[in-house]
Write a protein that binds this ligand. Structure first.
Ligand code: PHE
Length: 494
């Protein structure tokens, strides 16, 4: 019988680019720079790097291995760790679904800004973000791009495009950093604003901020690294890949700040202080590009193209988790699965887009959920409450249920090189330290939600989890929930 080709990544480089593509997103390009500038500069960077090492890398390796050992979607993968725990997989499929609903709106905004670079984006935010028709149009364009890529499959779509897009992103970023650092006047002030160490700024909440940022930036605590891990074959070394992804992700985040702040300080130092969150990239930077004169249009085009690429490779991974599950569980063709998932997300993204245009930036009252704009609401439900829970189970699953010795043996059998010393360190972390840190994040997050009066966020997250538990035990615990082989079978059925 001819050897059947497995569904998955064809090369280690392709896998690393795809996973780094997921990790490198809006969180790196504007989340990290402004949090660093506000959170104590280089002092925050140290905390961040520690979080990546102690928390991020360990969780990433664990999630990837849980996926790789069974080559299946998160529900099957978590179920294979413990029958009673398969519902974590359902939560892990639901989280990317909700994130997609707002991430695609921001992706749409970015596409608009890239295309509009030559007319100038300065001051367009108010009219653009409240023009619902236009927001939906650009969101749809962005989703269509993602759909076209994922529809072509893991190897033919995600891997192929990531191998082109990620080096392109890096090249654009380096180009902008060089330009920005060569501006002369203001560069020093910009770098000082960004990186000047301020240890007095470090408090427990900054530590939480750094850990949360690492989590988000590395795309952990949902099905992503599990799903991507499931597409890895024997030739992919998970330890090396984890190291490369973490380094690449952190490097891009650091460089993003060096691209942004020196240019802001050079062209419009008064704007430095307003540089936070969404405003940094959609309000402040367009003003800076305008002050650059003619070259500003070109820099703006490259900058927003780079952000679009980052958002696109991230949303691909979000969609892939949901698509993989729908495809495998319901035996629907890949293209049909992704269409179903994206139509649902697009419908939900409409109120998100409307709400964001009115509340997120312009601070007027408009559609809200429990007093928050839709983006913030989804973000808090997933990021603050649900993601740490899924990540915790990845660590507990390996540390206490599968046992680290078994997981390490399996990893070695499956082509991962892991030295004895590293194995010992990983064992201690995955059993004790990382779970403990994740519990700290979860409790810190819950506390801040309750203090802020966001009871609706906590209640929604709990209800979603209860629904996952109920659905899992009613329908999935004893049923077949699919593996990656199903994709080949579905293809052959057609
Ligand atoms: N890691 C991405 C970023 O830094 C965000 C993301 C989160 C992407 C979750 C996919 C999944 O922006």
């Amino acid at each position: 019988m001819p050897e059947k080709k497995k569904v998955g990544f064809a090369s280690s480089f392709g896998f690393i680019m795809a996973a780094a593509g997921s990790a490198i997103g809006l969180g790196n390009l504007w989340g990290f720079p402004y949090k660093t500038a506000k959170g104590g500069g280089a002092a925050f960077v140290i905390l961040y790097i520690l979080s990546v090492l102690l928390l991020g890398a360990v969780t990433m390796l664990s999630e990837m291995h849980i996926g790789k050992r069974v080559h299946a979607n998160p529900v099957t993968a978590y179920k294979s760790v413990s029958r009673k725990a398969g519902w974590f997989g359902l939560v892990a499929v639901l989280i990317p679904f909700f994130i997609t609903c707002y991430y695609c709106v921001l992706g749409g905004w970015t596409v608009k800004y890239a295309l509009n670079s030559f007319s100038g984006n300065s001051g367009i935010i108010a009219s653009f973000s409240t023009n619902t028709g236009e927001v939906i149009l650009y969101t749809a364009i962005f989703v269509a791009l993602a759909l076209a890529i994922i529809g072509a499959g893991v190897e033919g779509g995600i891997e192929k495009l990531s191998k082109i897009l990620m080096p392109a992103l890096f090249a654009i970023l380096l180009g902008i950093v060089i330009y920005s650092l060569s501006l002369g006047e203001g560069v020093k002030e910009g770098i000082t604003f960004y990186l000047k160490p301020d240890f007095s700024n470090i408090s427990f909440s900054t530590v939480l901020l750094a850990m949360g940022q690492a989590f988000w930036s590395l795309s952990l605590g949902m099905g992503i690294m599990l799903t991507y891990g499931s597409y890895c074959g024997q030739d992919i070394n998970l330890v090396r890949s984890t190291a490369m992804i973490c380094i690449f992700d952190t490097l891009v985040a650091l460089l993003a700040g060096l691209a942004i702040f020196p240019a802001v300080a050079h062209f419009d130092p008064a704007l430095l202080d307003g540089s936070k969150g969404l405003a940094l990239i959609y309000i402040i930077l367009p003003q800076v590009f305008e002050s650059m004169g003619a070259i500003g249009k070109i820099v703006s085009f490259f900058f927003f193209t780079m952000v679009t690429i980052a958002a696109l490779t991230s949303i691909m991974s979000l969609y892939e988790v949901c698509t993989q599950f729908v495809l495998q569980k319901f035996h629907t063709h890949r293209k049909r699965s992704i269409t179903i998932v994206s139509i649902l997300c697009l419908i939900i993204s409409i109120p998100v887009g409307i709400s964001l245009g009115h509340v997120g930036i312009l601070e007027e009252s408009s559609p809200a959920l429990f007093g928050l704009d839709w983006l913030t609401f989804f973000d808090e439900v997933t990021n603050t409450v649900l993601m740490p829970i899924c990540a915790l189970f990845a660590c507990i699953g390996i540390g206490w249920i599968l046992k680290p010795e078994v997981a390490i043996r399996e990893m070695r059998e499956e082509g991962t090189v892991i030295s004895d010393t590293l194995a010992r360190v990983y064992t201690i972390f995955v059993k004790y330290i990382t779970p403990l840190l994740i519990i700290v994040i979860e409790i810190g997050g819950l506390k801040s939600e309750i203090q802020a009066g966001n009871i609706g966020v906590v209640v929604t997250a709990v209800v979603l989890m209860l629904i996952c538990i109920a659905v899992y035990f009613r329908f999935y615990v004893n049923a077949y929930t699919g593996t990656n082989d199903d994709e080949r079978l579905v293809k052959n059925e057609l």
